[in-house]
Write a protein of this length. Structure first.
Length: 277
């Protein structure tokens, strides 16, 4: 079997796994502090329409099933998935990782976030989250995680984690214990926005990849309202796409208004700014 065929077969398997991961129908939030706006309020909320403008193109591992992407200082952290191929890696953006840690089967790696000296790595349906040393990626402990793990980011000002599970919910968690502290339903035009995936916290806002689309949404986590819809289409050529190669990965570049974005099985990563569409 050729390497190209082998890659395509593996990607097809990954795509099938993703389809199987659709969560059950959304439930209404039960935390009054995290309640979404009413349909009338959400419909009236202005939604900014943005697109990505590429500043620089960087290489990216085309074998990486990207699940989490985040900058910590000058270091780019990336978490990857698929049972038996999951990992977390760190190094300069666009360069070979200087360090990586494999996640043994049957664990299926998902989102990651850096908390300074430590890093959280979620797993998909293994009901486990892994805390690591951010410098060495050494595993420090495993913590029960009762939900499907998808995306995660840290809201530093609120001292809380924000997590997704593929539904329209964002769940807030204690950054030490991962205990739930609240949740909010994400809406746009009064309707829930489902399949929220990889997350990036930037100031008071949360950015979320929408699974199997070229769209990123910016969310006000206080209300759940989408405040911007970001078009990230057209970044790869048709001949660079394989089954399962969907946009997934957004990392704010510290000290700038720029982002690094990539996707599952993407051979390239892009340094971008967001401009009016």
């Amino acid at each position: 079997m050729s390497e190209r065929v082998r890659r395509a077969a593996g990607a097809a398997l990954a795509a099938a796994l993703l389809l199987a991961s659709r969560p059950p129908a959304d439930r209404a939030p039960d935390d009054p502090a995290g309640r979404a706006m009413s349909g009338r309020q959400a419909a009236a909320h202005p939604v900014e329409h943005l697109r990505v403008k590429v500043l620089k193109t960087l290489p990216h591992d085309p074998q990486a099933f990207t699940q989490g992407l985040e900058m910590g200082g000058d270091t780019l952290y990336e978490g990857t998935g698929i049972s038996g191929r999951s990992s977390v890696r760190a190094g300069p953006p666009g360069k070979q990782p200087t360090i990586r840690a494999a996640l043994p089967a049957p664990l299926f790696g998902e989102g990651i976030t850096v908390l300074g000296r430590t890093l959280w790595q979620l797993t998909w349906r293994n009901r486990t989250a892994i805390e690591r040393d951010a410098r060495t990626l050494t595993e420090l402990r495993r913590v029960p995680y009762p939900d499907d793990g998808w995306g995660v980011c840290l809201q530093r000002a609120r001292h809380r984690l924000v997590t997704s599970d593929g539904s329209s919910r964002l769940t807030f968690r204690d950054p030490v214990t991962l205990a739930k502290t609240g949740e909010v339903t994400v809406t746009e035009g009064g309707r829930p926005v489902t399949e929220l995936n990889e997350l990036e916290c930037v100031g008071a806002a949360v950015y979320a990849n929408v699974l199997s689309t070229n769209r990123i949404v910016r969310i006000d986590p206080a209300t759940g309202a989408v405040t911007a819809s970001i078009d990230a289409s057209g970044l790869l050529r048709d001949d660079e796409l394989v089954p399962g190669s969907t946009l997934n990965g957004i990392a704010a570049v510290p000290g700038t208004d720029q982002f690094l974005i990539t996707g599952k099985f993407w051979p390239r990563m892009f340094r971008v700014v967001l401009v009016s569409a």
